[in-house]
Design a protein around this ligand. Structure first.
Ligand code: MV4
Length: 447
């Protein structure tokens, strides 16, 4: 097991990882920018190293500074959290070259999944169902027309270097195709320095369902069920739940079994998330994330397994603590992302939190690094906390969520809490009847 882990992140996820380290008796080091000196995780860590000024480029993304902090403190592993360097293959390679363990998959696996064309090709080879489309990059308009005619309109053009919704263009008819292809290519070239694009059948009203998987790096793979993350705004998830209201146990076991076997065959190590669009009872792979995700607590709630413990165990060579048959799905969990934003316009609302009171009681978890009197710096994302509610079934979970939202107090700044108080009372949400476009439509019709 590791002696000392360096946490290369900030905010609620730095605190989340720190808690896991403490439980395992592992010493902790946090790195932070000058804007985060008074953050909770800095106070609670055994050691902290200031690695630079507020802009992420010069601190949380500064590989040299982070490696230096490892050398100075004698950390033997790094947990990258999510965002920042968590899916940076070069960072994983550099740490390996310094004999420091990156708590995550190999640089090569990160690289494959970062290239969306290569990721899709790999998924297909491993037996994962993918969205019908081009086999690789589209070289010209002629090829685009041929593929589109084959799969049928509408189609979507995506950047291979994109992901998370960046650089996508929909073409509803052949007449739209030329413009869609050219704009997708030039936007991808400008944004990513790589203008490779691919083409897929455009699914009109899917749900976003993702499978939590783990590999031990030695040919064993398991799945921890799915999360339904269809409620999004501008590709930012807002509300996530497990299980998906759309799936039954047989469907879960079937797609879960496919994913676990794929992860085993790939020789993948650590936590991963396989993202699907789900429409008319069919799963279609779109991307794989090679990190721990923001919404991992809903999976922890229904399985009772600490996924950060599991990441640390696997990275240290201790293997997975569970076999597939040990993983049981109990009840239902919902996560609400509480952002320091205006609940209608989603404009960031940094500033000082004058009063912070979190709900409690059975089935309630709040992951947050903020406290009364904390000043939210304006330099980073606006997530200030996550409310995760667990119940024996979805109805109990929703009743408990409504109660927890009533108890939650965040004064001094605007937050997205009022949005959740509206959503929890909405009939479509109560029925689990929503797709990836539901929230944007709801917000557009509010005024
Ligand atoms: C799609 C799609 C429809 N058809 N691909 C957006 C994020 C990126 N990960 C993939 N995305 C989409 N890919 C096909 N073939 C619709 C979306 C999409 C979406 C997906 C998940 C959650 C929210 C979304 C909002 C708009 C579009």
């Amino acid at each position: 097991m590791f002696q000392k882990i360096l946490i290369a992140n900030r905010g609620e996820i730095a605190l989340r990882v720190l808690r896991a380290c403490k439980e395992l008796g592992i010493q902790t080091v946090v790195v932070h920018s000058t804007a985060d000196s008074d953050a909770m995780h800095v106070r609670l860590a055994d050691e902290s190293v200031c690695i630079g000024p507020p802009p992420s480029r010069e601190s949380y993304l500064n590989i040299h500074q982070i490696v230096a902090a490892c050398e100075i403190t004698g950390a033997d592993a790094v947990h990258p959290g999510y965002g920042f360097l968590s899916e940076n293959a070069k960072f994983a390679d550099i740490l390996a070259a310094h004999n420091i363990t990156f708590i995550g998959p190999s640089g090569d696996h990160i690289r494959i999944m970062g290239d969306k064309i290569e990721a899709k090709r790999t998924a297909k080879r491993l037996g994962i169902p993918v969205v019908p489309g081009s086999d690789g990059a589209i070289s010209d308009e002629k090829e685009a027309k041929r593929v589109a005619a084959e799969i049928g309109y509408p189609v979507i053009i995506k950047a291979s270097a994109g992901g998370g919704g960046r650089g996508m263009k929909v073409a509803r008819t052949e007449a739209d195709l030329e413009v869609a292809l050219q704009t997708a290519k030039s936007e991808a070239g400008a944004a990513f320095g790589d203008d490779a694009v691919y083409i897929e059948k455009y699914l009109e009203k899917p749900r976003h369902i993702e499978l939590q998987v783990f590999g031990d790096g030695a040919g064993r793979g398991v799945h921890f069920g799915e999360r339904d993350c269809s409620l999004q705004r501008r590709h930012q998830k807002v509300w996530e739940e497990a299980n998906s209201p759309a799936l039954n146990a047989e469907e879960r076991a079937r797609i879960g079994g496919i994913c676990a076997k794929a992860i085993a065959d790939l020789g993948y190590s650590g936590a991963g998330t396989i993202e699907f669009l789900y429409e008319n009872g069919e799963f279609y792979f779109i991307e794989m994330n090679t990190r721990l995700q923001v919404e991992h607590p809903v999976t922890e709630a229904i399985t009772g397994i600490d996924l950060v413990h599991e990441q640390i165990r696997v990275a240290s060579g201790g293997g997975l603590s569970v076999r597939q048959e040990d993983i049981k799905f109990n009840g239902h969990a919902i996560e609400c992302r509480i952002n320091a934003e205006d609940p209608r316009t989603f404009t960031p609302s940094p500033g000082t939190i004058t009063h912070f009171h979190t709900p409690g009681g059975l089935g309630i978890r709040v992951d947050s690094g903020v406290y009364s009197g904390y000043r939210i710096p304006p330099y980073y994302d606006s997530l200030i906390g996550k409310l995760i509610v667990h119940g024996r079934n979805r109805v109990e979970c929703m009743m408990r969520l409504r109660r927890a939202l009533d108890e939650f107090v965040v004064d001094g700044i605007k937050t997205t809490l009022p949005l959740f108080r509206d959503l929890v009372g909405n009939p479509d949400i109560a029925n689990g009847d929503y797709d990836i476009h539901w929230l944007e439509k709801y917000l557009a019709n509010e005024d």
